[in-house]
Design a protein around this ligand. Structure first.
Ligand SMILES: O=P(O)(O)OC[C@H]1O[C@H](O)[C@H](O)[C@@H](O)[C@@H]1O
Length: 497
């Protein structure tokens, strides 16, 4: 029997019915790994449906794909290369792991040299990058900084001067280190910002601005051409995808700002999750089970979106990070073999921070016509020293929202009726540190991968972003080719001849 068919025709019960009939539900559908508790019990998943998904996973060759991912096989077929982010964490083909280790040592050497004053007095770091070269570092810096760091670090991605200018106004050019993070070392936004920063340094009287630049790239020869000394170029392997690159030298600003120990913890936490994903059977495999839930909501319930709410200010950038990870990886219409994908690809990922979101978008989650699977993220140990009621209030609000979405509340007044049976999962971290965050991000990476395998798509390319870049370049170059009337009118209004 077709495994998808078995899933699609499975007579699934609602979360409330499942709780009413199965006293062991929480135990069966909650898991623990690397200081994170994962609770999938408030979803439509049950033991029999999980078994159907396991059959699908086996038929899709998920185990072989995991093995291929973690052994350096060229699984990114459209670009003919491997996807070796786990090698950065010590799990992969021997030569790749060794290469990653050597490059990490090189990064560590530069961190130590800068700490010892090799580049003069540094107080400020400007990390320029975009997409995968910014979202990971920014997330890590916000999540793990404790406030007594030696350096103030700004991550700037946007070409909009409103992002960079306030930083230039605040920072001391003579004490600023410029970090250019770009895998390809060609991304337009990053280099426009880089030129503006070096111009600012020159204007401020910095004698050798290029001597204060560190480049993080898979194209070291391009960084040399750009004028950066080889000693301050930190390469990483081309087989590490941009949105999977925070573990590589792209994490340099994080290692410098937060300390190499924090970075090591991050890698160690991710490696724990890698081993779990590689070794755990699919009835215990957390990224695989999360992907089963994702596929259930995408394909069976036809949910077009999935919402992630971080009930912790430190994790407020997780939804942004996941948008690139999940939508750039799995927002595709073709199969890895070139065929047409006949199912829904990645859901639209959106979200925000609790408790703010409760007072804004949760109306739709509780009473709207869309069914949106919700993911709550919370941390037991608070990241502040204010009165306990702050944290208690925060966590209990998080738990209450999950309970309310599921329980609902009947009312004769339709305006006040809550249908309930709205699914959620909760990820509860014991505390937020390098290890748990590393494990959390690796969990999301592997869940995204497992989704791709179930769908039969290649999550490691992103050709969809190219056309917009091409057309922007054509407009910038004023190459005379007319665009559509709407676009021409917009351009002429903004830039009258
Ligand atoms: O690191 P870079 O080569 O500068 O690329 C930065 C980003 O831009 C691209 O457009 C891709 O969509 C992203 O996957 C990538 O992370």
């Amino acid at each position: 029997m077709d495994h998808w068919n078995a899933i699609e025709t499975y007579p699934s019960s609602s979360p409330n019915e499942l709780f009413a009939t199965d006293p062991d539900r929480v135990e069966q559908l909650s898991f623990e790994q690397s200081g994170i508790y994962f609770d999938f019990s408030k979803t439509h998943m049950d033991v029999a449906l999980l078994a159907n998904f396991r059959k699908l996973a086996n038929a899709s060759g998920l185990s072989d794909h995991i093995e291929a991912l973690m052994s350096g096989t060229a699984i990114n077929l459209s670009e003919g290369r491997a996807a070796e982010h786990t090698a950065e964490r010590g799990i992969g083909a021997e030569t790749s792991v060794e290469n990653a280790r050597l490059l990490k040592n090189r990064m560590q050497g530069l961190v130590q040299a800068i700490e010892a004053g090799a580049l003069g007095e540094i107080e400020h770091i400007i990390h320029l990058g975009i997409g995968g070269s910014a979202l990971g570092p920014e997330l890590l810096l916000k999540a793990l900084k404790i406030g007594d760091e030696k350096y103030e670090t700004a991550v700037i991605s946007n070409i909009d001067g409103c992002a960079l200018e306030p930083v230039l106004e605040r920072f001391d050019a003579h004490k600023t280190l410029l970090v250019i993070a770009s895998k390809s070392f060609t991304t337009a936004e990053t280099f426009l910002n880089a030129r503006s920063v070096t111009d600012w340094m020159t204007e401020q009287g910095v004698s050798d601005p290029f001597g204060k630049i560190v480049a993080l790239t898979a194209m070291p020869e391009k960084a040399v051409k750009w004028g950066i000394d080889e000693s301050r170029i930190l390469p990483f392997s081309e087989t590490v995808g941009g949105r999977y690159s925070l573990w590589s030298s792209i994490g340099f600003s994080v290692a410098l700002t937060l300390g190499i120990e924090v970075f090591d913890d991050l890698l160690a936490g991710a490696a724990e999750m890698d081993r779990h994903f590689k070794e755990a059977p699919f009835d215990q495999n957390i990224p695989a089970i999360a992907a089963f839930c994702d596929q259930y909501y995408s394909q069976v319930q036809e949910c077009e979106t999935r919402a992630v709410f971080a009930y912790d200010e430190r994790l407020s950038l997780v939804p942004d990070y996941l948008q690139q990870l999940e939508m750039e990886s799995n927002g595709k219409s073709v199969l890895a073999d070139g065929g047409i994908l006949k199912r829904h690809s990645s859901p639209i990922v959106w979200g925000g921070v609790g408790t703010d979101a409760q007072h804004a978008v949760f109306q739709l989650l509780h009473q709207g016509t869309h069914l949106v699977p919700v993911e709550f993220l919370a941390v037991i140990e608070p990241g502040h020293s204010l009165a306990g009621e702050h944290h208690e209030g925060l966590l209990l609000n998080c738990f209450a929202q999950g309970a309310a979405l599921m329980a609902g509340k009947a009312s004769d007044d339709s305006n006040r009726n809550y249908p309930g049976d709205r699914p959620s999962s909760t990820l509860l971290l014991e505390e937020l540190n390098g290890r748990t965050l590393g494990a959390l991000i690796a969990f999301y990476e592997h869940r995204t991968f497992a989704n791709a395998v179930l769908l039969g798509i290649n999550p490691f390319d992103q050709f969809g972003v190219e056309l917009g870049k091409e057309m922007a370049n054509a407009l910038l170059a004023g190459d005379g080719n007319q665009m559509d009337a709407s676009t021409e009118t917009l351009k002429n209004r903004a830039f009258p001849a």
